[in-house]
Design a protein around this ligand. Structure first.
Ligand code: AHR
Length: 495
């Protein structure tokens, strides 16, 4: 064999948190309006929620939903989105150039989450918004006693507090494109006050600081995270990271080498968390929320000023599906510190689900996301991996063709071996060893393997780039066996 994956169930990294399979819904293009929510459609229920989208979301295994943005959050006034729908103001959105009818707001979002059984996560407006608006939002959503905003909620038909536990302290405040962009010092001051005010309403909430989204040549992204962590370490539970990748150069192996960036960003921020906690008496645990991630480089917006216009409608191909495995492998390898990850986004806007007025289709990226989601609560293991290497670009470090993560489900007594073979040309014969225990010869195989890297799906034709399930009869010798991972494929072995 040319490669080796050596597994030891004692080499535990951390539990794969269910929130690693989170998602994100922004007021942007047709994500909410025309995706999640379409009033008057025969495909929608009485609340205006598209039933077909809800079903596809359930099957995707979504655990958590972030809302309302994204860049949109930094100009959003949540008070516009409550009360009788016909009396809500229609507002321009200056993040994307849309027109927001505000017919989908806080109550609609939280009812949607309840219907789906997913954990809601609200991102406050730390751009043009105020600390007090953020405090009032928590009061509207979570206050049980009779107060002005809790009573407004009751007036709007909801007596019981929603009990939203996860709140984001703004979106991408490090980015100059953000409405209300700030430097790290000014953002820290805002976030500290917001944390204090929001926790005066509900001390049980968990808070996510706006970490890095700007990795451009002029951005000192490490300094941003260092300062945020230093200033907010006693208030926050997570720091966010955002990463979008693309195959602009049409170079498959280089595209799938972007795990180097992901791994580096995670490692560096994990180190900065440790540095911020060092010497502290009872340091507050802080994790990484990989708050937005996906492939995104083709589709942008148009100039249409409307609710539900066409923006960021990326059509995904087979190689993008492989990239899903790469992202999850990076997150799982550091499951001790990455405790949340939200695919951006759920429907139509850079999304695995794509609708029109008649129905929907599933993009190729849908399938790996759904499959990896089955590993929630498993224990991530630190496997030893060797495989043939390549140098993705001049000046970059060499990396293995096999990109691997391994998890252990103790209840099923099963190992999940997640393998992306990012070689465009090489099938790679690999020896798998389980140092601790016996291996059954019947190995479950889930795989995606398609010849045309650029193949896509569309309406009525979304059964082409789909996974295959089979059983492989392994020739087990000394608690190990050999398996060949085909070129440009993603495989999950259940051993
Ligand atoms: O997901 C699309 C956009 O990407 C989000 O609004 C923003 O946070 C990021 O730049």
């Amino acid at each position: 064999p040319q490669a080796r994956i050596k597994i030891d169930t004692d080499r535990k990294v951390g539990e794969v948190h269910p929130n690693m399979f989170g998602n994100f819904a922004e007021h942007l293009g047709r994500c909410i309006y025309g995706g999640i929510y379409e009033e008057g459609s025969p495909l929608s229920d009485a609340s205006g929620f598209r039933k077909d989208v809800m079903e596809a979301t359930k099957n995707l295994g979504v655990s958590l939903l972030r809302w309302p943005g994204g860049n949109f959050a930094s100009g959003y006034n949540w008070k516009d989105g409550i009360g009788p729908k016909d009396q809500r103001p229609v507002r321009p959105d200056h993040a994307w150039g849309d027109l927001d009818s505000n017919r989908f707001g806080t109550d609609e979002f939280l009812q949607y989450c309840e219907r789906l059984g997913v954990t809601p996560y609200i991102c406050i407006n730390a751009g043009y918004g105020t600390v007090n608006e953020a405090r009032e939002w928590v009061e509207y959503v979570n206050e049980a006693r009779s107060t002005y905003w809790a009573d407004q909620r009751r007036k709007n038909g909801r007596d019981k507090p929603y009990g939203v536990k996860i709140w984001g302290l703004g979106n991408e405040i490090d980015g100059p494109w953000q409405l209300g962009h700030k430097n790290a010092e000014d953002y820290s001051k805002f976030a500290l006050e917001a944390a204090k005010a929001m926790r005066r309403v509900d001390s049980s909430i968990q808070l996510i600081a706006s970490g890095s989204s700007n990795f451009g040549p002029n951005a000192d992204w490490i300094a941003w995270n260092r300062e945020i962590l230093q200033n907010l370490r006693s208030e926050i539970d997570y720091i966010s990271l955002h990463t979008y990748i693309g195959n602009r150069e049409n170079n498959f192996e280089r595209f799938l080498a972007t795990s180097q960036d992901l791994d580096e960003r995670i490692e560096v921020v994990a180190g900065l968390i440790q540095a911020a906690q060092s010497g502290q008496r009872n340091p507050r645990p802080i994790y990484i929320a990989y708050d937005e991630w996906n492939v995104w480089y083709r589709a942008r917006g148009n100039t249409e000023f409307a609710t539900g216009s066409t923006r960021l409608e990326e059509i995904y191909n087979y190689e993008d599906a492989l990239a899903m495995g790469m992202f999850f492998n990076s997150f799982i390898r550091r499951a001790d510190v990455v405790k949340m990850a939200n695919l951006a986004q759920l429907v139509n806007v850079i999304a695995p689900i794509f609708t029109n007025k008649q129905g929907l289709f599933l993009q190729p990226i849908y399938f790996p996301i759904a499959e990896y989601g089955k590993q929630r609560n498993n224990m991530s293991l630190n496997a030893l991996v060797t495989s043939p290497t390549y140098t993705p670009a001049p000046g970059r470090k060499p990396l293995g063709y096999l990109d691997v993560s391994v998890t252990h489900n103790t209840k099923e007594n099963a190992l999940y071996v997640n393998v992306l073979n990012r070689s465009e040309k090489l099938d790679i014969a690999t020896r798998l060893d389980n140092v601790e225990g016996a291996i059954q010869s019947a190995v479950g195989v889930w795989t995606m393997n398609y010849d045309d890297l650029k193949a896509t799906h569309t309406f009525g034709a979304d059964k082409k780039i789909v996974p295959a399930n089979s059983t492989y009869t392994a020739k087990v010798e000394k608690n190990g066996f050999t398996y060949t991972f085909p070129k440009h494929s993603l495989t999950i072995l259940k051993v």
